[in-house]
Write a protein that binds this ligand. Structure first.
Ligand SMILES: Cc1ncc(COP(=O)(O)O)c(C=O)c1O
Length: 343
């Protein structure tokens, strides 16, 4: 079987060996189902160490489930949720947020994946008007879908604005570890210390086999999450196989080492590519992804050897994603092929 690596996505990678070992260990004997097991208790303890003692945390299978169920818990069907046009919520979740929350998604155009108070405030009006969807949540992705980062100040401004308007701030943190690594801050400093209310925290893209967490700033916000998760079909009966992975990921800085590595690989790739004439890097490389325009005629030949996504067909912008297991050799070989093909 072909085992080469590409730059399609960090969920194309396998599972980190330490995580596999943790799964293997959790496989011994029987344990209570649905999260009533010691692995889940230990994982929850780890989350509290990293995110603060007051948070309330729940595990789910995937990122769409984390986003949708987290949002469903804090909204009513007559609310609106504001996000970037590029948000995973808006473009990659097959209307699941709209279907399960019943809310209206209001989008904000963005060149770099980021939204700001200035860009979104035209959506925030009509409070108390029975004819108007009631604004309730601002959702941001950190790092963004375009590999860029919000500064702490930018997140704080959005939190303060949301709270001032009786709204909440949700963070899609499918790659939050990459953000913390890049900003050189703890997971708590870039989220709950700033007042973030609901967080989807990714494991799959940072070395886990599967599993994501929904974290609420405080118990009052999580209200009926347990029921909503069950109704939403995201309650794992053999929960210990998600929990044990998270416990390992959040121990001995594995989350940080994996994220630092994929970020470093993206920087290396960008440095190598930026001097190739005809290739233009389009976004700041602040996390683990590189976005670049590659003239259309070269893309099929490159994709024959390495799979990656064309992000924007119109301008032939591609996305190269690095992962915890991307190596310098992988980058060297890919860049050599790029130089050969793109002449
Ligand atoms: C920003 C972002 N959010 C959430 C997800 C989670 O998606 P999934 O439901 O495939 O786990 C992804 C995966 O690509 C993502 O990139």
């Amino acid at each position: 079987m072909k085992t080469s690596k590409g730059f399609a996505s960090d969920n194309y990678s396998g599972t980190h060996p330490k995580i596999l070992e943790a799964i293997q260990k959790a496989n011994l004997g029987h344990a209570s189902a649905y999260g009533n097991d010691e692995y889940t208790a230990k994982a929850v303890k780890k989350f509290k160490e990293h995110f603060g003692k007051d948070v309330d945390v729940y595990f789910v299978y995937n990122g769409t489930g984390a986003n949708v169920l987290g949002l469903k818990t804090v909204t009513e069907s007559f609310n609106s949720i504001i996000c970037a046009e590029t948000a995973h919520l808006n473009v990659d979740e097959c209307c699941a947020p709209e279907k399960f929350t019943g809310c209206k998604l209001l989008t904000v155009p963005t060149n770099d994946g980021k939204i700001s108070v200035e860009k979104l405030k035209h959506h925030v009006y009509g409070f108390g008007d029975q004819h108007h969807a009631q604004p309730k949540v601002i959702s941001i992705t950190q790092p963004t879908e375009l590999g860029t980062l919000y500064t702490l100040k930018e997140v704080k401004e959005l939190v303060d604005y949301a709270h001032k308007n009786n709204m909440l701030l949700h963070v899609d943190g499918a790659r939050l570890s990459n953000a913390a690594a890049s900003l050189n801050k703890s997971l708590k400093e870039i989220t709950f210390d700033l007042g973030v209310d609901v967080l989807s925290f990714g494991g799959t893209k940072n070395g886990m086999m599967f599993g994501e967490a929904v974290i609420f700033r405080k118990k009052e916000l999580s209200r009926d999450f347990a029921f909503i998760r069950k109704q939403g079909m995201q309650l794992a009966s053999k929960m210990r196989f998600i929990s044990s992975q998270f416990e390992e990921l959040l121990s001995n800085d594995l989350w940080l080492k994996n994220a630092q590595h994929s970020n470093k690989m993206a920087k290396t790739l960008a440095d190598e590519v930026k001097n190739i004439p005809k290739i233009k890097i389009t976004q700041k490389v602040e996390a683990s992804g590189v976005f670049a325009i590659v003239p259309k005629q070269y893309v099929p030949n490159l994709q024959e050897e390495y799979f990656f996504y064309v992000w924007n067909e119109q301008i032939s912008e591609v996305r190269w994603m690095c992962s915890f297991d991307t190596t310098e050799d992988d980058i060297r070989d890919f860049v050599a092929l790029l130089k050969k093909i793109v002449k």
